[in-house]
Ligand binder design. Structure first.
Ligand SMILES: [Zn+2]
Length: 248
């Protein structure tokens, strides 16, 4: 049994000058599961690698779990889909919500990926040419490689899922994007490690709200998705940095 590790690839929000957008890489038993896929994804992997996360290559990642359709979480899908298609001649396994699958191709990716030109003729492309879609079930356990994944709806602008991921008797909890939600935090509270978002606005969680949680929760919690303006010294919870590798 190998370790269950979480690598912080990006820790910022979509407006950040200092960080890549929030994304994680879960590693266990020889499997790498990407949680979300920001733009310039190979650069994101390389930067985390240079900051201490060890060698990270896109060729080693065949599974992406997409939590919702906001651009900071999914703008890399086009490039990754193309690279897998053209260079690796394989499809990316895309694990996501039924609500995301309803709109992802027709309303986001089709406009750019729906047609290819080979120098002579145009070819109409389908979602299935690039992606192997694996819908996540809201109820019960989803199996992705060695991981057991449960999802829960968060309070956000669009359908978005928080995660509980089990491997080897350990549990990672991830809030994903959400307004402050004590019921969600209760759902995450049994995890060995909790990664929680913080940002400004009604659809995100204020760091001051998380700072008010019991110490037993704060001790096993890390912050992600934080704005550049947040003074990390003022929050009694560890903030993740790009390249951090955490044992769950
Ligand atoms: Zn979002």
């Amino acid at each position: 049994m190998t370790r269950f590790e979480v690598i912080a690839l990006g820790v910022g929000d979509t407006f950040s000058e200092h960080h890549h957008p929030t994304s994680l890489l879960l590693v266990a038993d020889g499997c790498k599961l990407a949680i979300d896929c920001p733009d310039m994804y190979r650069r994101v992997l390389r930067d985390a690698s240079l900051k201490g996360a060890g060698p990270l290559a896109l060729t080693d990642i065949d599974d992406v779990l997409l939590t919702h359709v906001h651009g900071d979480h999914m703008n890399g899908l086009e490039g990754v889909g193309y690279l897998k298609y053209f260079a690796d001649h394989k499809r990316l396994r895309l694990h996501t919500l039924p609500e995301v699958l309803e709109v992802l191709w027709e309303r986001r990716l089709h406009v750019s990926m729906g047609r290819l030109w080979d120098g002579e003729a145009f070819k109409d492309m389908r979602f299935e040419d690039y992606f192997d879609a694996r819908p996540l079930a809201w109820e019960g356990v989803n199996r992705i490689g060695p991981f057991e994944v449960e999802i829960r709806r968060t309070r956000h602008h669009v359908p978005t899922c928080a995660l509980r991921v089990r491997f080897g008797g350990r549990i990672l909890g991830y809030s994903c994007d959400t307004a402050f939600d004590l019921d969600l935090i209760e759902w995450l509270s049994g995890a060995d490690l909790i990664v929680h978002e913080t940002n400004l606005g009604p659809a995100h969680t204020l760091a001051s709200d998380l700072a008010g949680l019991p110490e037993s929760l704060r001790k096993k919690m890390c912050l992600i998705h934080y704005p550049d303006s947040l003074d990390l010294q003022t929050v009694p919870i560890r903030a993740l940095l790009e390249g951090d590798v955490l044992k769950v």
